[in-house]
Design a protein around this ligand. Structure first.
Ligand code: ADP
Ligand code: ADP
Ligand code: MG
Length: 461
């Protein structure tokens, strides 16, 4: 059992982990950068250790500083959250070498599944269909062109080490592929420290559907699926559970595939198996595994009545899965809107300002996961996510109407946010009718005029 835990992350997920750990009676130590000393996560922690300057490379990505903080604070375990070092095999292994528990899968599992080319192989071996594409990594332009002519254009160039929607390019012709390939390779090297690329057929009318899984090293189970097709720059902005477009039969196959895949590697911890559902072909294809808790986990918590962060901490402490598959049932429908400190009317320009007023709706079935408070100055160094508004209804229509009311009731003043985007999305006919795919939002944004004006703004100096 874990008695004390260092949180090596910031923002809403640090607050979320704190709440789960405190609920388990665990002492919480918050590792933070100098920019986050007064943040909510630090205020809520039993102890705070400053690990370095604001720049993530010197703090939240600094393995030595984080380990030193954990050892000096005398904790048993480290929770990496999402982003930063959450999917670093090097970090997971360093934590274990220091005699501590890493709240997540083993370093071996992270490096196997974190390499998207190797993960495709694992999926195929477990009998899970992957998107048609290259068998392994692609070395050069001529190999890329020859594979692409077999699978057919358009194709996608992807980076084996990619994440966060970055390093992905669509090529409609051989000329484009020949032109983009060297650039993609250089970019991947610069962004991820590793240049390996692979190819996938571009699925034109796809929905992003992913399965929440949990394993204890021996057994694994699923907590059903999430629909995350509303994306901008291949990053999710609005997520739902369950995916209403699936038939029960397809849902069962999809969830069982995800479980088969993670069982094949004796997965331990929380994870997500991501798929693309080809609407025209009525087929689903594996794309990747995220070996961590995901931003959108609350929609799954709502429909399954489970606390996934509590579960993952218990499993890291040596517990076996606290549920049987048959215990997990879908109850109603949940929707999450990511609220970012960005101005949707100005091409989503980040806006690190001061929160001058905050009123969050709090009725039954409404949850606002956040680290912001009145007077909080958003530091300019990190991701712009400032909160997640999540609702739970008896069915999708009720959830839609609830998210619209909650978005109307949410008051955040001082900065522009993506609340405006979500308000307009919640009344969009295609969103209401569940008629969208992974490119829908980008197309919608090209012609959309926002209905409500932004309030008074307060830039942080
Ligand atoms: P999820 O897959 O959980 O929906 P995202 O893909 O949006 O979430 O990424 C989760 C978080 O991790 C975000 O804050 C994102 O900015 C960050 N992130 C993801 N991949 C990377 C990466 N390769 N480098 C840096 N940050 C990343
Ligand atoms: P990341 O690691 O950056 O999250 P993913 O492989 O999960 O990368 O892909 C991110 C998004 O890019 C998907 O959710 C989807 O919208 C789009 N995408 C990825 N692969 C394909 C594909 N083969 N065809 C069409 N869209 C894709
Ligand atoms: Mg992904």
């Amino acid at each position: 059992m874990i008695k004390s835990l260092l949180i090596a992350n910031r923002g809403e997920i640090a607050v979320r982990i704190n709440r789960a750990a405190k609920g388990l009676g665990i002492r919480v130590v918050q590792a933070c950068s100098e920019a986050d000393k007064d943040a909510l996560a630090a205020q809520l922690a039993d102890d705070v250790v400053v690990i370095g300057p604001p720049q993530a490379a010197k703090s939240y990505l600094n393995i030595d500083a984080i380990l030193a903080a954990a050892l000096s604070a005398g904790v048993d375990a480290i929770h990496p959250g999402y982003g930063f070092l959450a999917e670093s095999a090097e970090f997971a292994s360093a934590v274990v070498d220091a005699g501590l528990i890493f709240v997540g899968p083993s370093a071996e599992t992270i490096s196997l599944l974190g390499d998207k080319v190797a993960a495709r192989d694992v999926a195929n071996k477990a009998g899970v269909l992957t998107v048609p594409g290259s068998d392994g990594g692609v070395l050069d332009v001529s190999e890329a062109c020859s594979i692409a002519s077999d699978i057919g254009y358009p194709v996608m160039i992807k980076s084996a080490a990619g994440g966060g929607g970055r390093g992905i390019r669509v090529c409609a012709t051989e000329e484009e592929l020949a032109h983009q390939f060297p650039q993609a390779s250089a970019e991947a090297k610069a962004a991820f420290g590793e240049g390996q690329l692979y190819l996938e057929k571009f699925i034109k009318s796809a929905r992003h559907i992913e399965v929440q899984i949990m394993g204890d090293g021996e057994n694994a189970m699923h907590f059903y699926e999430r629909e995350c097709s509303l994306q901008r720059r291949r990053q999710k902005v609005w997520e739902e559970a369950p995916a209403n477009c699936l038939t029960d039969e397809l849902r069962t196959n999809l969830c069982n595939s995800a479980v088969a895949l993670v069982k094949s590697v004796n997965y331990k911890g929380a994870g997500t198996v991501e798929f693309l559902y080809d609407v025209r072909e009525n087929a689903f294809y594996f794309i990747e595994v995220n070996t961590r808790i995901q931003v959108e986990h609350p929609v799954t918590e709502y429909i399954t009545g489970t606390d996934l962060v509590v579960e993952m901490i218990k499993i890291a402490g040596g517990a076996k899965l606290g549920y049987k598959q048959a215990d997990i049932k879908i109850n109603g429908h949940a929707i999450e809107c990511r609220i970012n400190a960005e101005d949707p009317t100005k091409d989503f320009m980040p806006w690190p300002g001061i929160i001058t007023k905050l009123q969050a709706p709090s009725e039954q079935g409404v949850r606002f996961d956040t680290h912001i408070f009145e007077g909080y100055a958003i530091p300019p160094f990190y991701d712009s996510l400032i909160g997640k508004l999540i609702v739970h209804g008896a069915n999708r229509d009720e959830a839609l109407s609830k998210i619209n009311s909650a978005l109307s009731a949410l008051v955040i003043e001082g900065i522009p946010t993506t609340q405006l985007l979500h308000l307009d999305l919640s009344v969009d006919t295609n969103v209401q009718n569940d008629k969208f795919d992974t490119v829908y939002l980008e197309q919608w944004l090209q012609t959309h005029e926002f209905s409500a004006p932004q309030g008074k703004l307060a830039r942080a100096n």
